[in-house]
Ligand binder design. Structure first.
Ligand SMILES: Cc1cc2nc3c(=O)[nH]c(=O)nc-3n(C[C@H](O)[C@H](O)[C@H](O)COP(=O)(O)OP(=O)(O)OC[C@H]3O[C@@H](n4cnc5c(N)ncnc54)[C@H](O)[C@@H]3O)c2cc1C
Length: 545
């Protein structure tokens, strides 16, 4: 097991600046004085910024799940407070108190962004320290919400999954083994349906909250003042949206990113992306997009997650005025340009249990040479009757011992080209089962798919020991929220761009751009989505000029 960063990376995590670095950093803030015992930071409260200590000490403590303080570090002269929350003015995960008289430089989020960009070498040290501190907080579970409930409960797993995906430190207390938690439950959750409880850093207690309620109590949904007009609002924090946020932020545009679930999009569900440029041993989608998420905030992008965009009023763009996005909680935000990066959802079979759990662990939505290698010599199941399903079946038949091809309809004739139907018929190790539906995929994320069950028209079910399932049922673009903004789409609902004299990634509506999987003709790959996120920014500049 790897050592926690709190014990291996102390020097980087609590970097102490040399005198000339102190002078350079001081230019980005204002002087502050704290008297002995004064509270500098408070868990659950937004801090005005980070503090560079010039004299005296700021003592940092964390709070454990029972609310007891534990020592974290003492920042003396040349050290600075703060972790990733301070990039966007979010609530603090720790407490800080002045020991003796303290002189410090307070650097707010704006100053911090300016520092990170204009002082590259120093900025790298500060950014690394802030990332390591967040990692250490996650390891210690300090400062974030405390969940109270049984570890095995579905709702505990749901909330922990949400907090993990968003990199929020938290702790779990199980009432079965913890007397304090038991007392809490008796007081706050007399009814079983009220569990789990979530105790927010500000002391608020939520009963079996939805993800957005939990997000609100930990400050993830705080916004800028209502009259703010962003240069660009990006809907979707998948690879495309995050890349656009990084490039737009780094080029000085004010950016708001909105995502209905978590950062990472579909890529966040990928256990290992093997074909992304520059990562020869592969990288998990979560790790790749977490870097983009942090990087975008380094360049000042504001994040609203989880929050869905409900409606876009793009009509003001015709008059050169800011557009309005309506959010899921009824609030509105305004922006001069909007980037649609809301991706696509692969269709899933209507009634197949355990399928979503196994995505990326033996359930695949495409068949590249990598997946073909994984299933070499074994049997596979392929579901779908379109041309892409046919091509994949022929391709996989060259690697697998047998391809079971399941189709709901009576034949392939209505959905597949004749040449592919002939090729499938001529391939001896493809067995076509018409009027057949996949019903269950067994296995766990650790073991991978262990067996697959399907049911024929007559109601007979069959279960086979098969470890790979390929689904080729098509994808639907996530565009329902655009019903009141008439962007042109293709026959399948994907957004078309580059009409007539328009910029290549601009939709039929001026000032509205589309990138990544939601765009007609995009390659439906992480690399393509990121490339479009980078490319759209120069087109936004061209539009805004
Ligand atoms: C299991 C799996 C494994 C994959 N593995 C690979 C791989 O190995 N290599 C590869 O190149 N590609 C892979 N892909 C494909 C790749 O993930 C996608 O091409 C890529 O994620 C597309 O990025 P995107 O940003 O365009 O859209 P998405 O990743 O789909 O992100 C869209 C985001 O928009 C948000 N959203 C949607 N509607 C709204 C709304 N109304 N309001 C707010 N937010 C909204 C969603 O919550 C989502 O987070 C994989 C996909 C899956 C599902």
């Amino acid at each position: 097991m790897s050592e926690p960063v709190s014990s291996t990376r102390q020097a980087q995590m609590f970097y102490v600046l040399a005198p000339e670095e102190i002078a350079r950093m001081s230019r980005f803030g204002i002087p502050r004085h704290f008297i002995e015992g004064e509270q500098v930071l408070r868990t659950g409260k937004a801090s005005p910024g980070i503090y560079l200590v010039l004299s005296g000490i700021i003592r940092i403590t964390g709070r454990d799940a029972h609310g007891h303080n534990f020592p974290v570090v003492e920042h003396g002269p040349g050290a600075f407070s703060g972790e990733l929350s301070q990039l966007s003015g979010k609530p603090s995960f720790v407490d800080g108190v002045a020991v003796g008289e303290v002189d410090a430089i307070e650097i707010n989020a704006g100053g911090l962004h300016a520092l990170l960009i204009s002082e590259a070498a120093l900025g790298e040290k500060i950014m690394r320290a802030m990332i390591l501190r967040r990692v250490a907080l996650i390891e210690a579970g300090a400062g974030g919400p405390v969940l109270i409930g049984a570890a095995a409960s579905h709702d505990v797993a749901r909330l922990r999954g949400f907090l993990n995906r968003n990199g929020i430190p938290h702790q779990l207390l199980d009432p079965a083994s913890d007397a304090d938690a038991q007392a809490f439950v008796e007081r706050y959750a007399p009814e079983p349906g009220q569990l789990p409880l979530a105790v927010c850093p500000n002391g608020e207690v939520l009963r079996n909250p939805a993800e957005n309620e939990l997000a609100r109590c930990i400050g993830m949904l705080d916004t800028d003042p209502a009259d703010t007009v962003y240069d660009v609002a990006i809907v979707g924090a998948g690879p495309a949206g995050l890349a656009a946020a990084v490039y737009a932020g780094s080029e000085g545009l004010s950016v708001l990113v909105i995502d209905a679930r978590a950062f990472g999009g579909q890529a966040g569900a990928s256990a290992r992306i093997e074909n992304y440029f520059g990562f020869p041993t592969g990288i998990s989608g979560q790790a790749l997009t977490a870097r983009g998420y942090t990087q975008a905030q380094k360049f000042g992008a504001r994040m609203l997650i989880p929050m869905d965009a409900r409606r876009l009023d793009c009509e003001p763009a015709d008059r050169g005025e800011p557009m309005t996005l309506e959010l899921g909680d009824g609030r509105t935000v305004r922006a001069r340009t909007v980037v649609i990066a809301s991706g696509a959802r692969y269709r899933r079979p209507a009634e197949c249990s355990n399928l979503m759990t196994m995505e990326g662990h033996g359930v695949w939505y495409w068949a590249s040479p990598m997946e073909a290698k994984l299933c070499a010599g074994g049997e596979v199941v392929l579901v779908g009757g379109g041309n892409s399903a046919g091509q994949a079946a022929v391709f996989l038949s060259e690697h697998a011992s047998k391809v079971w091809m399941l189709v709901r309809g009576p034949s392939l004739a209505a959905s597949m080209s004749k040449y592919l139907i002939d090729r499938i018929a001529a391939t001896t190790n493809i067995e076509l089962l018409t009027r057949t539906e996949i019903t269950h995929v067994s296995g766990s994320r650790e073991s991978g798919v262990e067996s697959v069950s399907w049911r024929s028209h007559g109601g007979e079910t069959q279960q086979r020991l098969i470890h790979h399932v390929f689904l080729f049922l098509g994808a639907d673009p996530s565009t329902e929220w655009l019903k009141d903004c008439p962007v042109a789409v293709d026959g399948r609902g994907f957004i078309t761009t580059g009409h007539d004299a328009m910029l290549p990634l601009q939709t039929s509506v001026p000032g509205v751009f589309a990138i990544g999987d939601v765009r007609a003709g995009s390659v439906k790959r992480v690399g393509g989505a990121i490339g479009e996120g980078a490319a759209v920014v120069s087109q936004i500049h061209a539009y805004l000029q």
